[in-house]
Write a protein that binds this ligand. Structure first.
Ligand code: WT7
Length: 684
């Protein structure tokens, strides 16, 4: 294919029209107290110091036995970090903090009902609870090192307690996001062959006490059909001493943990001395095709990587109060609510419910009351808070020193609201790009060292060496601003070890594409494929253009969905935008743009026209949407991601498929109606 100027454009290349943004310098008050102010960090992690450089992260932990080799790379791509070393994650997140921080809060639990008291779990209490529950798991449930345990837990302190109790015994936990269906739990339990399910009777979400236990009954039934017998269901009580679910217990199978625990008072369990490459947990994630993959993360490499990155990027000190609004059921919560921050002795906030419950001021009241100084969330949440209460943050007295954004590229408009309004111009923002598979951050600015640039994730993390390939496997020149498939040249401690029980799929999914010699035992020949499109600008910062398949090809010009959406967000009324490709006879593909509005604005043709014009103004006439559809809300997954697949099906007049896993399935029919009306109005 050729561009207008006649240059060849590779299959991977995306036309990028996202304009350059201005830089923002980190505030002096932040720099003065930062963990990392030494530019020499990149020298310490230079390619010639690899892999020994990563000892800096491992040295943040307590090891029972030192590793024999920093990296055993003899069987690519099955890397063994800190091979021969022994440690325990629960010991590192709890026991070793006791001498200094015994009486400091490890977890501040904020229940969703605002009249219910916040609970403060000290490190000493965490120690007691984790030990007692570990004793129960071992002696009552008969679990032993290496067994897999499926968790289906909401955002309550019992979730990190359960994870850490598993880690103490060397059990491999597999937490399934509480909003996922019984079917997802069953599939994952069957894949992991776990015979114990740990759940909770009920939890609050959006003002309702949801019956959660009923999912366990269905999950056990479905798992049995899938060939996996679950013989024990352990149920935490949302209100200890009171069973809050209308679903009865099944005799001989279901047990109330809070009752059983009475028999384990005062029990202590010595942490298992785990090898660095013993698995710590599984985290299932969906790819573009096929069934969810059980990403297997290691004990030593993973814990070192999340501790190091939480220290340098999130600037966590033990005296900080850190709040990540993600759910612990996702990798963000595992790495940057539980394992990273607790390994550093921080105090973390666990919030049970919906951020905008009962109103959009809730997060800022929590921040004020708990004196939160580090905040972490996603662009989706920022857009939702901006939409529901653009002026709320200013009403509350709180001060963030650092804010993280993660999960998708953030539109510069939204970034600026996050910076100016949520952060009050006082907080550094780090835009962290990574994946379930990568364990921890891959790119981000160093908060005290680099200027921020809205919409850009910043340079690669120390010791991470990205490379952008075109579809033929040629390297796209560094800093050229040309798009391609971003890969990581080298192994790093946080990368997944394998896909549970499916090493072939692991190799095929992440390493085959750009491996020139499958027989090679040199790690240089095994770049890790992230599956994202990206550019690197002349300043060394990366921009993530989304999954490789999120690209819309209009008349041979590739438009990243994100840049179109970003353009729409320039219009002040617009809260969220999602673009999908529709077939067009002349241009091949055309974008259709779905937008939802901020509270208090009404749809209308004049507004549609202004949005359409804005896209043209920002990107060019080629990008003019075929239609701008103003919808009441976007179809969203329970994790808050916009389901473009559903919108694409509506635009293409195709079957929308299974929408039962959406957070708001009811909106689909409404959007279909709107789209139908649009087609009628514009027919002929
Ligand atoms: C995909 C991974 C890692 C925790 C949350 C998501 C996209 C992630 C960013 C960012 C642009 C981002 C990528 C990536 N993504 N962070 N800062 N800027 N895109 O984990 O569900 O495994 O999704 O999310 O496309 O591949 P995940």
């Amino acid at each position: 294919m050729k561009t207008e100027k006649g240059e060849r454009v590779s299959e991977a290349e995306i036309a990028v029209h996202w304009q350059e943004e201005e830089y923002y310098q980190p505030p002096e008050s932040f720099v003065e107290q930062a963990n990392l102010t030494d530019k020499g960090v990149y020298e310490r992690f230079s390619p010639d110091k690899f892999p020994g450089s990563f000892e800096e992260y491992a040295n943040l932990l307590h090891w029972y036995r030192k590793w024999d080799a920093v990296l055993d790379s003899s069987h690519p791509p099955f890397w063994r970090w800190f091979a021969g070393g022994k440690l325990n994650a629960s010991d590192n997140c709890i026991d070793r903090h006791l001498p200094n921080y015994r009486n400091k809060a490890a977890i501040h639990f904020v229940p969703e009902p605002e009249d219910e008291a916040t609970q403060h779990v000290t490190y000493q209490e965490l120690f007691v609870k984790v030990n007692e529950f570990a004793a129960l798991l071992r002696d009552f449930a008969g679990l032993k090192k290496g067994d897999r345990v499926t968790l289906h837990m909401p955002m309550v302190p019992e979730l990190p307690i359960t994870m850490l109790a598993c880690a103490r015994l060397g059990l491999i936990h597999s937490q399934v996001f509480s909003g996922f269906s019984a079917k997802s739990v069953a599939d994952r339990a069957a894949d992991a062959e776990s015979r114990v399910l740990i759940t909770m009777d009920a939890y609050y979400r959006g003002g309702k006490l949801l019956d959660h236990k009923e999912n366990a009954d269905e999950a056990v039934e479905l798992a049995t059909k899938a060939g996996q017998k679950i013989d024990k269901v352990l149920v935490w009580q949302r209100y200890p001493g009171r069973y809050s679910s209308p679903t009865p217990l099944v005799e001989g199978r279901d047990f109330i943990i809070n009752d059983l625990l009475k028999g384990y008072r005062g029990r202590r369990v010595a942490p298992e001395e785990m090898l660095a490459d013993d698995p710590l947990f599984l985290m299932y994630t969906s790819g573009t095709t096929g069934k969810p993959k059980g990403c297997q993360h290691s004990t030593g490499g993973y814990l070192s990587y999340v501790a190091g990155t939480a220290k340098y990027i999130q600037d966590i000190h033990p005296q900080d109060v850190y709040w990540c609004m993600a759910d612990i059921g996702w990798i963000t919560g595992h790495s940057y609510i539980v394992y990273g921050p607790l390994a550093l002795g921080a105090s973390v906030v666990v919030y049970e419910g919906v951020p905008t419950w009962p109103d959009a001021g809730r997060p800022w009241r929590i921040a004020r009351d708990l004196d939160v100084n580090i905040f972490h969330t996603s662009p989706t949440a920022v857009r939702a808070l901006r939409r529901a209460g653009p002026d709320e943050p200013a009403k509350y007295e709180y001060h963030f020193k650092l804010m993280t954004t993660v999960g998708e590229a953030i539109e510069p408009e939204v970034w600026r609201w996050y910076y100016n309004v949520v952060g009050k111009g006082e907080a550094v923002i780090v835009d962290t790009w990574w994946q379930t598979e990568t364990g921890g951050f891959l790119t981000s600015t160093m908060p005290a060292l680099h200027a921020m640039k809205p919409g850009s994730t910043g340079p690669a993390m120390p010791g991470i060496y990205p490379v952008i390939f075109d579809d033929e496997g040629n390297e796209i020149p560094e800093g050229s601003g040309r798009a391609g498939n971003i890969c990581i040249r080298n192994p790093w401690p946080g990368v997944l070890q394998t896909i549970w029980k499916d090493p072939d799929r692991f190799v095929g999914q992440y390493y085959s594409r750009y491996c020139k010699d499958p027989a090679s035992t040199d790690w240089h020949d095994w770049p890790y494929l992230t599956g994202d499109g990206a550019t690197q600008e002349a300043d060394g910062y990366y921009r993530i253009l989304g999954r490789i398949d999120d690209v819309i090809n209009v008349a041979g010009h590739r438009l990243g969905s994100k840049e179109l959406e970003s353009a729409a967000l320039v219009i002040p009324e617009v809260a969220e935008a999602a673009v999908v490709p529709v077939a067009d006879e002349i241009k091949g593909r055309m974008p259709e743009l779905y937008v939802s509005l901020k509270a208090g604005y009404a749809s209308g043709e004049e507004l549609e026209q202004r949005i359409s014009d804005a896209v043209v103004a920002e990107i060019g006439p080629i990008a003019r949407p075929r239609a701008v559809l103003i919808v009441p809300d976007m179809p969203k997954t329970r994790s808050g991601k916009i389901m473009r697949r559903v919108l694409a099906a509506i635009s293409g007049g195709a079957d929308v498929g299974d929408t039962t896993t959406l957070a708001n399935p009811e909106v689909v029919a409404e959007i279909q109606k709107l789209h139908g009306r649009y087609e009628l109005a514009h027919a002929a």
